[in-house]
Write a protein that binds this ligand. Structure first.
Ligand SMILES: Nc1ncnc2c1ncn2[C@@H]1O[C@H](COP(=O)(O)OP(=O)(O)OP(=O)(O)O)[C@@H](O)[C@H]1O
Ligand SMILES: [Mg+2]
Length: 242
């Protein structure tokens, strides 16, 4: 099997927190440009899965490789350096820094101004607010900034934990369009954890559905589009109205 540069492979992951096993038997791969959507009810372990990939939760057993290199023993910052971008569910932006300063703080290269301008091209709403502090942004704009920050240093793979959570449909569509453009332009892979089934089915090539820490479906999004009963059988999901 050939290896792609930015390919993330998770093999039979078991993990959680000290003494608590949350995830059991998670396996998938996402190649360059690949789009994996992750669905599952509250508390099934979606955030824990990202935490394990980023080195923020305990891995009991299993393998995680990025571009063929085992990253399980690497500290979080080295996983980020190796090419993992992460938009946590908690939206870690600096509230006392301006939009522009938040973006600059995430760039590690000498072409920082160019990268900030490229981010503004993708997220025009942020350009309009470039001098506003994080605390002067709406919740949705903060979420947009968190996504822009995670992508500005050019990750190979982007993990996004419910970036659309709590957004009104219009802002949700705006953010989703920006993400789609960014992924199209950069060709990076991404994993999107999302509660809205329709958003995932519109965006993803493949879908992983978790139930109590275990995979109950891993396959093409097309399969779910063509046969929505799989969703119902897997977790009793209904298609959400938009
Ligand atoms: N730091 C922690 N220490 C111990 N247990 C935790 C910790 N964080 C989460 N858990 C537990 O792990 C399980 C999975 O939580 P997780 O946050 O991964 O779920 P989730 O699928 O992301 O849910 P949501 O859709 O609500 O974000 C839950 O039972 C939760 O209580
Ligand atoms: Mg979560």
């Amino acid at each position: 099997m050939s290896l792609e540069v930015g390919e993330l492979r998770v093999e039979n992951l078991r993990g959680g927190y000290a003494g608590t096993l949350v995830l059991d038997g998670i396996s998938f791969r996402v190649g360059a440009g690949g789009k994996l959507g992750v669905l599952g009810r509250n508390g099934v372990g979606k955030t824990t899965m990202f935490a394990c990939i980023m080195g923020l939760a305990q891995i009991h057993s299993g393998r995680i490789t990025l571009g063929g290199t085992d990253i399980v023993t690497l500290p979080t910052w080295r996983r980020a350096r190796a090419g993992l971008g992460y938009v946590p569910q908690t939206r870690d932006i600096f509230k006392s820094l301006s939009v522009e300063e938040n973006l600059l703080s995430a760039v590690r290269t000498s072409d920082d101004d160019k990268r900030v301008e490229a981010a503004f091209a993708l997220f025009p709403r942020l350009r309009e607010r470039r001098n506003n502090n994080g605390m002067q942004l709406s919740g949705g704009e903060q979420q947009m900034l968190a996504v822009a920050r995670a992508t500005i240093s050019g990750p190979k793979l982007l993990l996004m934990d419910e970036p659309m959570e709590g957004l009104a449909p219009r802002l949700r569509d705006e953010l989703m369009d920006a993400i789609r453009n960014m992924v199209g332009l950069s060709g990076i892979g991404c994993i999107l954890v999302e509660q809205h089934v329709d958003v995932v089915l519109d965006f993803a090539d493949d879908v992983l559905i978790l139930e109590r820490g275990k995979p109950v479906f891993l396959g093409a999004a097309n399969e779910l589009r063509e046969d929505p009963t799989i969703l119902n059988q897997a977790i009793g999901f209904e298609k959400t109205p938009r």
